[in-house]
Write a protein that binds this ligand. Sequence first.
Ligand SMILES: [Fe+2]
Length: 226
Amino acid sequence: MKRSQINALVEKSMDFMLGNSFYLPEWAYWDRERWLKEAESCSRIFELQLGWDLTDFGSGNFNQRGLILFTLRNGIPGSGGKGYAEKIMIVGRKQETPYHFHWHKREDIINRGGGRLVFQLHGSTVAEELSDKPFDIYIDERKYRIGAGEYVELSPGQSLCLERGVYHRFFAEDGDVLCGEVSDVNDDVNDNRFLDAPGRFPDIEEDEAIRHLLVGDYAGLEGGSL
Ligand SMILES: [Fe+2]
């Protein structure tokens, strides 16, 4: 993805979140110069990979298949630190996050406002393919039995618990959705089993200066190359 597109998407997301009265930490709005100035006090933010993150899942078409998110809190697996994580995401209308499951992370996905959030769900087999068996899900702790591949919709305020090993893909209908995630510790490097998406982190073409750092930019900041 081009840096110009990333800069613009982060700015659009800031506006959308503020428009939904969702406020981020002060450093969410810092530019590159401020990060360079404050870096010494921010090692924990870098270590936990908190902040802006986006992906097109290797599709080359962010609007069709992509996601922008901000990780608010997290831990490091097995470190004895925080055992929980929180993200805020924007799911665009008809913008797909493709089928994946997590081996270790159980997550509640919450529609915090906007349009309807639509999931398609499947159990997984021992070989980590789609299962054809029905299974139970919980929406705000109410139990529902669904068939393999069934669609489930969340209106603003509703949340769905995604157990480990449950394949999920999702997109928004009617309008963009401000989407929360409360979960076990999040490890995007080792804990995503994608069914057919080639990648989680985008290759970036630096066609203009960085205005907003992504979590993937912290290494360059700490290494002095940014
Ligand atoms: Fe997930």
